[in-house]
Ligand binder design. Structure first.
Ligand code: MG
Length: 257
């Protein structure tokens, strides 16, 4: 099991491997052959950023029974895109857009297991899906509910700036199909489920998504969210925690006027 991080140090972005509390810099990135450069830091001294820079983020909707709320379970994974510009890292702020504030719209976090792709692939059979996965991280599919419900496309409901928190680490070789997944708002648990409850599991999702689009190294697939998380507001602290990965913590702030 390897824990990959991406961090910013003196304006340089590097990848590293987290070993206990030490970040060990690697020469390239986790998708290529790399060496350790010999530089290492205490994790508390580096600024961890989103652990990858994906060419696309695919997200799966309606993938836990507890989130269906009367809706039919989709026959194939219900995929949509979140744009890479919505990505933020651990400890960054989720900014509530002023249109959401002015109209008192419901905005919610969604705790999700996120898969990071390791190499180019197209039409992957589910039996081989694990060969194309670098590892897993925590994702938060921030959503504005009225935009999700009323717009034809989900572009602003799911892809406004800061609506895709990801991190803090990518963990390889994780038993991804039996992990406790939680979301907390200000320490209160609002989502709590096991990834064994996914309707379409990770290999099936990769088979389906890669039958449509080529997946590239670093691409992210968010696998869906359970239950009904509550609303978030200015000043809240949102945490997504997954067993074996850690805690993705973000702060909620109103867009400044
Ligand atoms: Mg979602």
């Amino acid at each position: 099991m390897i824990k990959y991080v991406r961090y910013k140090m003196e304006n340089l972005i590097s990848y590293g491997v987290l070993d206990q509390e030490r970040v060990k810099e690697i020469s390239s990135n986790p998708f290529e052959k790399y060496d350790f450069t010999g530089k290492e830091y205490s994790v508390s001294d580096v600024n961890l950023i989103a652990p990858v820079s994906p060419s696309k983020i695919v997200a799966i909707g309606l993938n836990y029974s507890s989130h269906l709320d009367g809706r039919e379970a989709p026959e194939v994974p219900e995929a949509f895109y979140k744009v890479p510009s919505s990505l933020i890292g651990p400890e960054d702020s989720i900014i509530i857009p002023k249109e959401v504030l002015e109209n008192s719209l419901s905005i919610q976090p969604e705790a999700e297991l996120a898969v990071v792709i390791s190499k180019n692939c197209r039409r992957v059979a589910k039996d081989n899906a694990m060969d194309y996965i670098l590892g897993f991280t925590c994702g938060n599919d921030v959503s504005v509910r009225p935009w999700q419900k009323n717009d034809l496309q989900w572009w602003r409901a799911k892809s406004s700036d800061t609506f895709a928190p990801l991190g803090p680490v990518i963990v390889s070789e994780l038993e991804h199909d039996n992990l406790r997944l939680q979301a907390r708002i200000n320490g209160k648990v609002v989502q709590d489920q096991n990834t064994s409850d996914l309707i379409h599991n990770v290999p099936s999702i990769i088979e389906f998504v890669s039958s449509v689009v080529t997946l590239n190294p670093g691409d992210v697939i968010m696998t869906g969210t359970p239950g009904s998380p509550g609303d978030i507001k200015d000043g809240d602290i949102v945490e997504v925690e997954i067993d074996g990965i850690g805690v993705l913590r973000n702060y909620v702030k109103n867009e400044s006027r």
